[in-house]
Design a protein around this ligand. Structure first.
Ligand code: 13P
Ligand code: SF4
Length: 348
């Protein structure tokens, strides 16, 4: 067989493997293709970034390798701000589905890729839009504030979004005479009621990662490390937050560990953030707060569906891609724009 027909046969084989993988995309959530184990994925991903004018935005809860290859690593607010004003043609979102949807709503003309479409979120899932629509009908005059960890469709039923970084500012920006519905995270909602003094109608949703920290194991850890500061994300339950020395969003926690004189920290949030904490403060010790199960640390199974291989494949074939109906983008983006405006005014 000639060299040309060999190449054609190989091309044909590659195309048919790709079309099989595309057919299975909906079921699996990602392209199920072999990745050559000898490839240097860091190098290949860098090449693809340049070739395609793509930017990788990664959340702090991604595995360390993904954080290290990302162009921007941040919390939900930082990631939304970046998605709204990038010049890249393609946004590769190394995070979960609602985050990639938010990026698509903010930059609808850009291609937004997510390495695994099944990287969901228990908190977003705990508030199905049809149920919330009915719930909201009972409070027709209330302003709806939704934590950004919700689906794009829920954002169409929302007046203003918030993240854990700006939630207090968002609540305080709502006139005193207006009543508020807060969805979907009941733990963040309770924390906000306490810090802002505003009574709110709360939706009963929660994050599977932040609600399973063990108060008993944390107490034992604190006894073994009496100098350590317990730092916690406000998605944690009240009995964990009560023990905390400091409560903030992931970026807030990271900044605290950089500035604090303490040298030991018990970290009550997803363990991925410790990668940046350790990089910023190599001489300090970070202990992941233990959950109520047999694991020593707490990882989000949704965030961890993304791998370096899936990231490489999704950039190479530009799949899976996030698409949203036009009406969802049109009706949902206002709630994110309002959030960004308040954050800008507050200097966040
Ligand atoms: P932040 O990154 O805004 O702190 O949110 C944490 C989280 O649970 C993201 O899924
Ligand atoms: Fe959702 Fe919780 Fe995972 Fe964040 S950590 S993506 S809120 S399940």
């Amino acid at each position: 067989m000639s060299h040309v027909s060999n190449i054609n046969q190989l091309k044909h084989q590659i195309m048919s493997t790709l079309s099989v993988a595309e057919k299975h995309l909906d079921k699996l959530g990602y392209l199920d293709l072999e990745v050559d184990p000898t490839l240097d994925l860091f190098e290949e991903i860098e090449k693809l970034k340049k070739e395609k004018n793509a930017i990788i935005l990664a959340h702090y809860y991604q595995e360390a390798d993904i954080q290290d290859i990302a162009d921007y690593i941040g919390d939900s607010l930082g990631l939304s701000q970046k998605a709204a004003d990038t010049d890249a043609d393609i946004i590769v979102f190394a995070g979960v589905h609602f985050m990639a949807e938010t990026a698509k709503m903010l930059s609808p003309k850009k291609k937004v890729l997510l390495p695994d479409l099944k990287a969901g979120c228990s908190l977003a899932d705990s508030c199905p839009p049809p149920l919330f629509r009915k719930f909201k009908e009972k409070y027709p005059e209330h302003v709806v504030v939704s934590y950004i960890n919700c689906t794009a469709e829920l954002k169409t039923l929302t007046d203003v979004c918030c993240t854990s970084t700006n939630a207090v500012h968002i609540i305080n920006s709502i006139p005193e005479d207006k009543e508020i519905i807060f969805a979907p995270d009941i733990n963040l909602g309770r924390y906000l009621q306490k810090t802002t003094g505003r009574e709110m109608v709360l939706w009963n949703g929660s994050c599977m990662v932040h609600e399973i920290f063990s108060a008993e194991k944390i107490t034992k850890l604190m006894m073994r490390h009496p100098e350590a500061k317990l730092i916690a994300h406000p998605e944690c339950e009240a009995h964990i937050l009560e023990k905390a020395d400091f409560i903030a969003s992931t970026t807030g926690l990271l900044n605290y560990t950089k500035k604090s004189d303490a040298t030991e920290f018990i970290v009550a949030t997803e363990a991925g953030i410790i990668h940046q904490m350790q990089k910023a403060s190599p001489d300090k010790t970070f202990i992941p707060a233990p959950p109520n199960n047999t694991c020593a640390c707490n990882e989000c199974p949704h965030m961890r569906r993304n791998t370096l291989e899936k990231l490489y494949l999704c950039m190479k074939y530009e799949l899976p891609e996030i698409t949203l109906p036009d009406w969802v983008i049109k009706e949902g983006v206002a709630s994110i724009d309002r959030m960004l405006e308040v954050s800008k005014k507050a200097g966040l």
